[in-house]
Design a protein around this ligand. Structure first.
Ligand SMILES: Nc1nc2c(ncn2[C@@H]2O[C@H](COP(=O)(O)OP(=O)(O)OP(=O)(O)O)[C@@H](O)[C@H]2O)c(=O)[nH]1
Ligand SMILES: [Mg+2]
Length: 254
């Protein structure tokens, strides 16, 4: 089973993407389940197959330990890590090819806590893949794009898993906007030119160094473009996972 961790800033569309990818996979006869790792979420746009709220609920933890929402989230992720064997058993018992794992709303709760290492290690050390979801409204300005990639890089270097950046909600962009962001990822000189127009000379220098470092480390940071609303681009995500795990060969359809 391949474990796909869906991370990214609050509101970028992680939960919607989780469901959209499952739907795309199911439409194409691949077995995929969804896992909710957020003990505090109230409304999820899908029905998770495995849900940590069956073990811990944020509200209960807040009451039992007299904690505020952030303290309770932190304690909850430690508690979840301590139950990870049982959670894994439930995931494994579903016998799917893919487990798509929706992580808590606030990025730092998952990305920058040690309990997430225990969770990832406890679920799947070898067959993990991480998708970093970005909202296009920030990505559409050159300096916003660089900021998002910087945040993403810090998540990438934290876990060091096979990784993909995803610009979500492209149904909200027109073609010329998609073209512009794509051109920044394909030809960094275009990004420098646009940063110069934004009079962001310091960011330009920074971006230059960052992309140089990524290139010399062999890290591919080019984003894929998707819409979790109309499923555009989901095939590219699937192909990217395939490329990572089976040298490009399709897993057997069921
Ligand atoms: N138009 C459009 N809206 C989207 C898309 N994906 C998500 N949204 C909307 O973006 C908002 C946030 O989506 P969520 O999936 O809840 O985002 P999230 O990252 O899980 O949010 P938190 O877990 O609360 O941080 C919702 O209103 C979604 O309907 C998309 O591809 N297109
Ligand atoms: Mg969510």
């Amino acid at each position: 089973m391949i474990y796909i961790y869906v991370t990214g800033p609050a509101g970028s569309g992680k939960s919607t993407f989780t469901y959209a990818l499952q739907e795309w996979m199911r439409n194409n006869q691949y077995e995929a389940i969804t896992v909710n790792l957020d003990p505090g979420v109230e409304n999820i746009p899908y029905r998770p197959d495995v849900d940590v709220r069956d073990w811990y609920q944020l509200q209960d933890i807040m009451e039992e330990y007299s904690l505020g929402p952030n303290g309770a989230q932190i304690l909850a992720s430690d508690l979840i890590a301590s139950e990870i064997d049982e959670i894994r058993e439930e995931i494994v018992s579903m016998d799917a090819d893919y487990a798509i794992i929706d992580t808590p709303g606030q990025l730092e709760l998952f990305a920058f806590r040690t309990s997430s290492d225990l969770i990832i290690r406890g679920l799947s050390e070898r067959e993990s893949y991480m998708a970093f979801i970005m909202d296009p409204m920030l990505a559409i300005s050159p300096s916003g794009y660089v900021s998002l990639l910087t945040l993403s890089a810090s998540v990438f270097f934290r876990f060091y898993l096979p990784y993909v950046n995803i610009i979500n909600k492209i149904d909200l962009l027109d073609d010329s906007e998609i073209f512009k962001i794509r051109s920044w990822s394909e030809d960094v000189d275009t990004l420098y030119m646009d940063l110069r127009q934004e009079r962001q000379s310091m960011i330009k220098e920074y971006a230059l160094e960052m992309f140089k470092a990524m290139e010399s480390l062999g890290v591919n940071f080019k984003p894929l473009f998707v819409s979790s609303r109309d499923l555009r681009g989901m095939e590219d995500v699937y192909s990217n996972i395939q490329l990572t795990y089976s040298g490009g060969e399709d897993l057997e359809k069921r």
